[in-house]
Each structure stands twice: as C-alpha cells, then as structure tokens.
Design a protein around this ligand. Structure first.
Ligand SMILES: CC(C)(COP(=O)(O)OP(=O)(O)OC[C@H]1O[C@@H](n2cnc3c(N)ncnc32)[C@H](O)[C@@H]1OP(=O)(O)O)[C@@H](O)C(=O)NCCC(=O)NCCS
Length: 244
C-alpha cells in the first residue's frame, strides 16, 4: 500500500531525524541554490581485501545473492523490479561492463541492493570520473528499503560485495560517501574503513565551471576529468579479476 505522505516529505523527515538539523539545513540550502550553484563533498574510503574482512553487524539474518554478467541480466532486472525501484537508465551498460549487483533478502523478501563496478570511468559528478587501478572495485548505488533501515543491512551488502570481489581476484575496494550522509558514514566508521581523501566539487551553472579539490591525496590519483591534472595516473579499463 502506498503511503499517504508524499515521498519528498518522508525523505525530509528521515533526513531531519537521522542526519540532524545542521545537515538538514545544508541540504535544504543546497537545493535552494541549485539553479545557481551546486556542490558535493565526499569522503573516499579504501578497503584492503588482502586483510581479513570485518564482520557485518546486522540485527537479524539477511542473505545476499550476487548477480553479474550476461547470464544474470534478466534475473538482475527482475530482482530490482521486485524491490519496487526504477531500473537505472544505464542498466545495460552496468551489466555489459561486468558490474556486480548484490540483492539483500530477509527470508524470501528482497530488502536492499548495492552495486560494485570494476571498471574506470564511472562518473562521480560533473564529468569527474573514477580511476580504478588494476584489481580494484568500487561500491555504488546502495539502497535499503525505508522500512528495513537501521538494522545494519548496509554492512551486510558491503561485506558481501567485498567478499565476492576478493574471490574474483580484486585486491582493493574504494568507495565514496557524502560527508552529509551520516547514515552511510556510520557504516564506514563501524567497519573501520580507511579514509584516503575528501573530494569537493562546486559547480557554477551559468558559466558551466566546476571547481575540484581533493584533501588528503592528489585528486588525479583517483579521479579523471576535464581540468584534472592527470599527473602520472593511468586510467584502467579492466575486467573483474584481471591480473597485472
Ligand atoms: C544509507 C543507507 C544505505 C543505510 O542503510 P542501513 O542498512 O539502514 O544502515 P544501518 O542499519 O547501518 O544504519 C545506519 C544509520 O542509519 C540511521 N538509522 C537507524 N535507524 C534508522 C531508520 N529506521 N531509518 C533511517 N535511518 C536509520 C542511524 O543513524 C544508523 O547509524 P547507527 O547504527 O550508527 O546508529 C540507507 O539509509 C539508504 O538506503 N539510504 C538512502 C540511499 C543512500 O543514502 N545510499 C547510500 C549512498 S552511499
């Protein structure tokens, strides 16, 4: 049954409750200024898959199934539909490049999903794209159905994708979390993830100009894009488990 409360209001209520009034204010201000200027700030985390992985901290029993490749295309599509979420517009591209889709279940019920890609080129924002070095992956697009939040399912998906990646020869996973997303930052903290940099992007709409700044490590070590000094970084376009 659909809720009588519009989705935007439910979302605002959740942000106010779980991210606090300070972050709520910043998010509202950002939306108000959107026609003129927009900005993002992400913490970038690294997980060394050669080290033992931490245990997820779910409150309950959740199973994860991972789908990847052409043979899983239709079942991945069905699984996403069963979660009631729209199919991402670039679904075909994700499958074609070998991204892994993790679907979390409680018993037979699908409750959450997350993706991991193993190819460079995924856009962070404003033409700034990920550089993945050989044998790396990055998790993205995590979503837990609202009624299942707060039970540690994010940690289950993260550990499952990292385990899958490691079993396929991937040595490191990296990931971005908005500095205003306390709910996701909590997972990084509780799983002891190592922050390697913070990336700030500010986009001025009228003139189409983007300011890019990284703190903690040079931007070009992880990101490419117009105006990013590439230094010696070489973007990789690798398949899952490719060896150097
Ligand atoms: C971010 C998200 C994936 C977290 O998933 P989750 O499985 O609920 O994560 P957790 O159970 O570990 O809870 C994380 C935090 O959410 C908050 N939380 C707790 N109960 C909650 C509830 N019922 N509803 C919403 N947030 C809740 C708490 O701050 C909690 O941190 P704590 O455990 O340190 O107190 C989920 O909120 C979500 O899908 N959000 C929308 C999409 C999104 O932001 N994706 C992440 C992109 S990086």
């Amino acid at each position: 049954m659909t809720s009588p409360v519009p989705r935007a209001w439910r979302r605002a209520g959740e942000i106010l409750r779980w991210r606090g009034p300070g972050h709520f204010f910043l998010l509202v201000l950002r939306e108000v200024l959107r026609p003129l200027i927009y900005w993002y700030a992400w913490n970038i985390y690294l997980t060394d898959l050669q080290e033992p992985l931490p245990r997820p901290y779910a409150k309950g029993k959740f199973n994860v199934r991972i789908f990847s490749g052409e043979n899983d295309r239709e079942i991945a599509r069905e699984q996403l539909a069963s979660l009631g979420e729209p199919l991402p517009p670039n679904f075909a591209q994700r499958i074609n490049r070998g991204d892994a889709l993790a679907i979390g279940h409680c018993g037979p019920e699908p409750v959450a999903f997350a993706w991991m890609t193993f190819s460079s080129g995924m856009e962070l924002a404003y033409g700034t794209t990920w550089i993945l070095h050989p044998n790396e992956g990055t998790q993205y697009g995590t979503f837990v159905l609202p009624k299942w939040r707060g039970q540690g399912i994010h940690s289950v998906l993260n550990v499952a994708l990292n385990t899958y990646a490691r079993e396929h020869g991937v040595l490191r996973s990296v990931g971005s979390i908005s500095v205003l997303n306390n709910q996701s930052l909590s997972m990084a903290k509780r799983l002891g993830k190592k922050k390697i940099m913070t990336v700030i992007l500010v986009h001025v709409r009228g003139i189409g100009w983007t300011f890019r700044k990284a703190i903690g490590a040079p931007l070009h070590t992880r990101f490419a894009g117009k105006g990013v000094d590439l230094g010696h970084a070489a973007p990789a376009r690798l398949g899952l488990g490719d060896k150097v």
